[in-house]
Write a protein that binds this ligand. Structure first.
Ligand code: WT7
Length: 650
């Protein structure tokens, strides 16, 4: 795989924002003197009070500190919106396409600015002030961007929750963040289906006393149950609010947002990002990575509930005054040419998406693509999971016409911004490889004993030294933050990913090495899934592992042991799947449920997932050291049952 190289197209290289020479020179300088590098990048922002201290950081768990530009002050919404008004008030900020073809909106910078100000005034009226948390549970509509900007205008902290999460998942995120206000919509539209978001909020709020008010966007004419004194309609409240709201001055290390993600233990963690460092990293990396210049039309297909959208669909483009496309629906509805029709309609020049969608669309052949003119495309991006070379080549050739560099960007909710990527004008592409470190980033390949490996190597992916975009803590759980990321390999941040580095210094992510599975680019904690399944009245216990899935990358494979008296039926299988969807959301649906009379455990009672992962991948040999198994017969039974299932379906 690694000998396949696609050089930077020469016309592209000639006018790129970062050329190969720039990359080498600036990368070296950024590593030799990170403070000088980032202090200069931070000039990209408009500060109220300029910072005098650049960084104060330590990854030593006894003295964990992550502070950037600490004594500077600023306002995020001024940087994202107000700054662009003099030149761009009448130009489009957002080109929105609704779920159903034909439903679209253009929001200019001027209109966007006014809505942000009005909503900020509404929120003030509802008691929201600096440091308060607002949970945003909205579909991919312009109002989600308005809501985020209105919060940060007040120095309030947004916590966006993916609108595909269930009422129960929403409730736990509201509770953890002690949100004061929830912003939602009467319903969300996706793939021709309508989701009752407001009803989910009502259900979630039955157990949540911290929320005093709910603001409801009218996504459609459909009515929604409104609770008097608590709920207000977004459109009515905005119409009654004043069109100017004074931005609140905040410190660089004041919180900007919380975003929940799954980890290896059951409870989702609320990663906390702060203002000055995050905005510096988001704004400057976005334009370098996508080689953006004024006039480009940018489109990230990510849902607003994930970090991809926070940094590179919302903050990155807004900070740069870029025009971006926002699409509410799915790539396969009403048919598989939907994305390509949107690219043609808006002349999208930079397109950022996920491998899982590409794999699904690839199956439909070239027909749906050929119906549209995609010649406006200039840069392509991939994110969220490893991209297999076959999907990479299809993206490059069939979508990009062979002329667009692909940025395979590696990063995480925790890292806030990209850490590894081939910069498009500087680093030739190798399919399936996430390229080289971004400026100021020092990756290390570390073996199980904690030794840093040099040259071509494989091991655990760690990073040495802080970068401004990184998360500062886990909300309400600083100990978990330090234990998860800084304890495993001392003095370094541990990503949880396995990695391979080749002789040219390119990195390939080989997947999670912890109890996390990556399903269609969505991160799911196996323990979280297991507890959801085990809470079903028929279930004694469950073990969940990932298995290779052609489209999703990894699928969810659940081994389930039933209580006595319950029968292993198809009906019960379907019920358990529905149970998990209701507890977490449809992204967590188990793909395969394998009944298991018992689970393989060691004598201490710990489930041996290593074996279960092999069986799930239809690998029935070489289970490694099985001497710790309490009951070897359990494994034989599981293998026998799995083989039976395979024979039946063959
Ligand atoms: C995990 C982070 C940050 C964007 C979306 C996901 C995997 C992310 C890549 C890539 C291979 C990747 C890693 C990482 N991942 N980008 N380009 N190649 N794997 O954010 O939900 O925080 O998940 O996604 O496993 O740890 P996230």
């Amino acid at each position: 795989m690694t000998d396949e190289i696609y050089p930077v197209p020469s016309d592209f290289a000639a006018r790129a924002r970062v050329t190969a020479q720039d990359y080498e020179r600036r990368y070296r300088a950024s590593i030799e003197n990170p403070e000088a590098f980032w202090a200069e990048e931070a000039q990209f922002l408009q500060w109220i009070k300029p910072f005098t201290r650049i960084s104060d950081t330590s990854f030593d768990i006894a003295d964990l500190r992550i502070n950037w530009f600490e004594d500077g002050t600023l306002n995020a919404s001024v940087n994202c919106v107000d700054r662009h008004l003099p030149e761009k008030a009448d130009r489009p900020a957002i080109l929105w396409e609704g779920d159903a073809p034909g439903e679209s909106r253009v929001v200019t910078w001027g209109e966007f600015f006014e809505q942000v100000n009005r909503l900020a005034n509404v929120l003030t009226g509802l008691g929201v002030g600096k440091g308060d948390v607002v949970t945003i549970y909205l579909p991919v509509i312009p109002e989600v961007m308005v809501a985020m900007m209105a919060c940060v205008r007040l120095g309030a902290v947004h916590s966006v929750v993916f609108s595909g999460f269930s009422a129960e998942a929403l409730a736990s995120r509201i509770e953890d963040a002690r949100a004061k206000v929830v912003i939602t919509a009467n319903e969300g539209h996706r793939g021709g289906r309508f989701h009752p978001l407001k009803r989910n909020v009502d259900e979630a709020l039955r157990t949540q006393a911290s929320v005093a008010h709910v603001v409801v966007v009218r996504r459609s004419p459909a009515d929604a149950p409104m609770t008097g004194g608590r709920d207000v309609w977004y459109d009515e409240a905005l119409a009654a609010a004043a069109p100017w709201c004074e931005p609140v001055e905040v410190g660089a290390e004041d919180p900007l947002f919380i975003l929940y993600t799954s980890g290896s233990t059951g409870k989702p963690k609320g990663l906390l990002h702060t203002t000055g460092g995050y905005l510096t990293h988001a704004g400057t990396s976005w334009r370098n990575i996508f080689d953006w210049r004024d006039g480009d039309v940018f489109w990230s297909t990510a849902d607003v509930g994930w970090v991809t959208a926070h940094t590179y669909k919302i903050y990155g483009p807004l900070l740069n005054g870029a025009t971006s496309v926002m699409f509410e629906g799915v790539p396969t509805w009403p048919d598989s040419s939907r994305w390509w029709s949107i690219i043609e309609k808006h002349g999208v020049s930079i397109f950022y998406t996920a491998p899982t969608a590409l794999r699904a669309l690839m199956r439909e052949g070239e027909g749906p693509v050929r119906k549209h003119d995609l010649s406006s495309l200039r840069v392509l991006g991939s994110v969220g999971e490893p991209i297999n070379p076959e999907a990479w080549r299809w993206f490059h050739q069939t979508i990009g016409g062979g002329r667009c560099p692909i940025v395979d960007t590696y990063w995480q909710t925790e890292t806030g911004a990209v850490l590894l990527t081939p910069l498009p004008g500087a680093v030739p592409n190798k399919p399936g490889m996430a390229g080289k470190p971004y400026f100021g980033v020092r990756p290390e390949v570390v073996d199980a004993q904690g030794a840093t490996l040099e040259g071509p190597a494989s091991g655990n992916l760690c990073f040495r030294g802080s970068w401004p975009g990184q998360a500062r803590t886990i909300l309400n759980d600083r100990e978990r933050f330090s234990k998860t990321y800084f304890a495993p390999f001392s003095g370094r941040f541990f990503s949880g990913d396995g990695v391979l580095r080749d002789a040219d210094g390119y990195y390939r992510i080989t997947g999670r090495v912890d109890d996390v599975v990556n399903v269609s680019g969505h991160r799911l904690g196996t323990v979280e899934l297991e507890s959801a399944i085990a809470s079903h009245p028929a279930v004694t216990e469950a073990a969940v592992v990932g298995y290779p899935h052609e489209v999703k990358g990894q699928g969810v494979f659940a081994y389930v042991t039933l209580k006595e008296g319950f029968e292993e039926t198809e009906f019960l299988r379907a019920e358990i799947v529905a149970w998990v969807r209701a507890r977490i959301g449809s992204i967590a649906s188990p793909d395969i449920i394998q009944w298991a009379p018992a689970l393989p455990k060691n004598r201490a009672g710990k489930i041996l997932r290593r074996i279960l992962t092999k069986v799930a991948a239809n690998d029935f040999e070489n289970f490694g050291d099985v001497s710790t198994l309490a009951e070897p017969a359990v494994v034989e039974e599981i293998v026998k049952r799995r083989q039976q299932t395979l024979r039946k379906s063959a």
